[in-house]
Design a binder for this molecule. Structure first.
Ligand code: HPA
Length: 276
C-alpha cells in the first residue's frame, strides 16, 4: 500500500476508535479564528497529540485538536489549528488532516484563513470569498505516486472552490448584511512575509490576497472529491501598502476583532451547506 495512504488509514482508525461521529462539513480555523469552536455543541474532541504520527502545529494561535459536534443541526468536524508547509512538515503531512476529515465522511470542506490584502479596494477587517487560487513556491500535495484510493492522477481544478458552496456563503453574507469581497488567494510558502516587489508581482498576476496555507489543502480535498469553499479574513494590508512592519501579533489582533462577524457568517453558511 502507498505509505502515505497507509499512514492516513492508521490515523483514521485511531480517530474512529475514539469517536464514531460522522461529519458532513469539515471546517478549518485559521489564525486568530480558533475561538469559533465555542459556537458548537461538542460531541467529542481528539487532540492531534493522541494520533500517532500526526503533525502538530507549532504556530502561536493554532491549537491542535479536532472537535466533533453540531452547528445547528449540521454534523461538523472542526480543525482547531492547522499545520503549514513552512513548519517543516512534508506536504503529505500538511494535508493529512484534510484527507483524514474526508475519510471520516465530510463531503464538504470549509477553509478559513487570515491573509494580507493586495487588492486596493480591500480594507483590514474585510472578508473575502475565495474564488480561485495561485500557488507559488509550494509543492503540490499530489506529487508522488498517485493514491488511487483517493482520486485520479490528473484531477480537474476548474471548479476547485465550488460554485454552489460559494453561492451559499454569498446568500448568508447578504442575509446577515456582512460585507463580502470576492477574489483570488495566492499561497506562498512563508514564513517570512512577502517583499513589496513580490506583492506588486502578485497583483499583476491577478491575486487579491496572500497567505501561507489553504491552496494546497484545497487541492488535496478536491482530488478526493470533497467540495471546497473558503473565506479569508484580511488581517493587514500586504507588504508595501502599510506604513508599519508586518507582525504575527497584528494578524491575530485583526482576526480577533473580526471574530464576532466571522462566527455569524460561518455559522449561517454551514447551516445552508449542510441542508443538501
Ligand atoms: N502575507 C502572508 N500571509 C499572511 C499575511 C500576509 O501579509 N497576513 C496574514 N497572513
Amino acid at each position: 500500500m502507498n505509505p502515505i495512504y497507509e499512514k492516513l488509514i492508521k490515523c483514521r482508525d485511531i480517530v474512529q476508535s475514539k469517536t464514531n461521529f460522522i461529519p458532513k462539513v469539515a471546517l478549518v480555523l485559521g489564525s486568530g479564528l480558533g475561538g469559533y469552536a465555542d459556537e458548537i455543541t461538542v460531541e467529542a474532541t481528539v487532540s492531534y497529540g493522541e494520533i500517532e504520527g500526526f503533525p502538530v502545529s507549532t504556530v502561536p494561535g493554532h491549537m491542535g485538536r479536532f472537535i466533533f459536534g453540531y452547528v445547528g443541526e449540521v454534523p461538523v468536524v472542526i480543525m482547531q489549528g492547522r499545520v503549514h508547509y513552512y513548519e517543516g512538515y512534508a506536504m503529505s503531512d500538511v494535508v493529512l488532516p484534510i484527507r483524514l476529515m474526508g475519510l471520516l465522511g465530510a463531503k464538504n470542506l470549509f477553509l478559513t484563513n487570515a491573509v494580507g490584502g493586495i487588492n486596493q479596494n480591500f480594507s483590514a477587517g474585510d472578508f473575502m470569498l475565495i474564488r480561485d487560487h495561485i500557488i507559488y513556491n509550494v509543492p503540490s500535495p499530489l506529487i508522488g505516486e498517485n493514491i488511487e484510493e483517493l482520486g485520479t492522477r490528473f484531477p480537474d481544478m476548474s471548479n476547485i472552490y465550488n460554485n454552489d458552496l460559494c453561492d451559499k456563503i454569498k446568500e448568508s453574507a447578504s442575509m446577515l448584511a456582512i460585507k463580502l469581497q470576492e477574489g483570488v488567494y495566492a499561497q506562498l510558502s512563508g514564513p517570512s512575509f512577502e517583499t513589496p516587489a513580490e506583492i506588486r508581482a502578485f497583483a499583476v498576476l491577478g491575486a487579491d490576497v496572500v497567505g501561507m496555507s489553504t491552496g494546497c489543502e484545497a487541492i488535496a480535498a478536491n482530488h478526493m472529491g470533497m467540495k471546497v469553499c473558503g473565506i479569508s479574513c484580511i488581517a493587514n494590508l500586504a507588504a508595501g501598502f502599510s506604513k508599519t512592519p508586518l507582525t504575527h501579533d497584528e494578524v491575530q489582533e485583526a482576526a480577533d476583532a473580526a471574530a464576532p462577524r466571522f462566527k455569524k457568517l460561518v455559522t449561517e453558511s454551514i447551516k445552508r451547506i449542510g441542508k443538501d
